[in-house]
Write a protein that binds this ligand. Structure first.
Ligand code: C2E
Ligand code: CA
Ligand code: CA
Ligand code: CA
Length: 275
């Protein structure tokens, strides 16, 4: 490593080189990946806070690469977006998600994460609509999660995409709410159904007064605007008690369940008392 002015060793070069090499490796492995075989989804339940029942499951991408092993989605999705394979990844994952949804009880929905390409390219949006139509599932059971970051590339196209998905009957959730710069204008301009409070606020809700106020403010805003509010990242009974006191509609987090493979969803639903 290099020496900084104060004489301490800075681990810049070596670590940075390793990082760049790792990015190259992921991009390379993605290019040759058999997406249908290597990609799968994990499902995490989202619960109605008052009734305690499962409303839907969020589909979370998992990539098991024969050369790299399990690569987490927040590592490979951004690389796939830059290298152009994200369109294929979304296509494969959405087909899997819709096929799973068909095997679940009809009162349970699915939440699917969209990337910038899906939202900001007209072709990406058309593929989503075609996939939902071809699956034959009730579009009202499908909720697409969008983020401000993903919309930033082309907001006008993003708005058209959201409008088209809504016209089809799908729901739209604004994900990671509170982490961006212009959250309130998105809430104002887009026909949203749900807002997901970023889990970084919930993580500090017990000890940090500001985080507590932020969550309370977002829940209140959603209530005023008739949006359903989902609090993400609930890990402890105490965090859940605080969130329940705020009258938010839905909650998600390790307290209820970690994401599970598709094969475990039916058993999970069967052992819940209310079903
Ligand atoms: P996200 O959409 O905000 O998804 C929630 C993440 O929080 C998931 O991580 C989930 O496993 C994790 N999580 C859930 N409950 C808790 C909790 O109580 N505590 C903590 N510490 N974490 C919790 P995961 O599965 O690693 O996904 C990371 C991100 O990758 C997602 O964040 C999303 O931005 C992206 N992603 C995942 N699947 C897809 C996909 O199919 N398409 C696209 N475009 N992005 C995806
Ligand atoms: Ca999400
Ligand atoms: Ca989120
Ligand atoms: Ca409400």
């Amino acid at each position: 490593g290099k020496r900084s002015q104060r004489g301490s060793v800075v681990l810049f070069s070596r670590e940075h080189e390793d990082q760049i090499r790792a990015l190259g490796t992921i991009e390379q492995a993605l290019r040759t990946a058999d997406l249908e075989r290597e990609l799968s989804l994990s499902f995490q339940p989202i619960l109605d806070v008052r009734a305690g029942r499962v409303v839907c499951f969020e589909a979370l991408a998992r990539w098991n690469s024969p050369t790299l092993g399990l690569v987490p989605p927040d590592r490979f999705i951004p690389i796939a977006e830059r290298s152009g394979s994200i369109g294929d990844i979304t296509r494969v994952l959405l087909a899997q998600a819709l096929a799973c949804l068909k095997t679940w009880p009809r009162d349970i929905g699915i939440s699917f994460n969209l990337s910038a390409y899906d939202i900001c390219a007209a072709e990406g949006a058309m593929r989503l609509i075609a996939a939902v139509n071809a699956s034959g599932v009730d579009p009202r059971r499908v909720d697409f999660e969008i983020t401000e970051t993903a919309m930033a590339f082309d907001f006008n196209q993003a708005r058209r995409t959201v409008g088209a998905l809504k016209a089809l009957g799908c729901k739209i959730s604004l994900d990671d709410f509170g982490t961006g710069y212009s959250s309130l204008s998105y809430v104002h301009t887009l026909p949203l159904d749900r807002v997901k409070v970023d889990r970084s606020f919930v993580a500090n809700i017990e000890n940090d007064e500001v985080s507590h106020k932020i969550v309370r403010t977002i829940v209140g805003l959603c209530d005023d605007m008739n949006l359903e509010c989902i609090v993400e990242g609930v890990e402890t009974p105490n965090q859940f008690a605080i969130v329940q006191g705020m009258h938010c509609e839905m909650a998600q987090g390790y307290l209820f369940s970690k994401p599970m493979p598709a094969a475990e969803v039916s058993a999970y639903l069967a052992r819940r008392p209310e079903r």
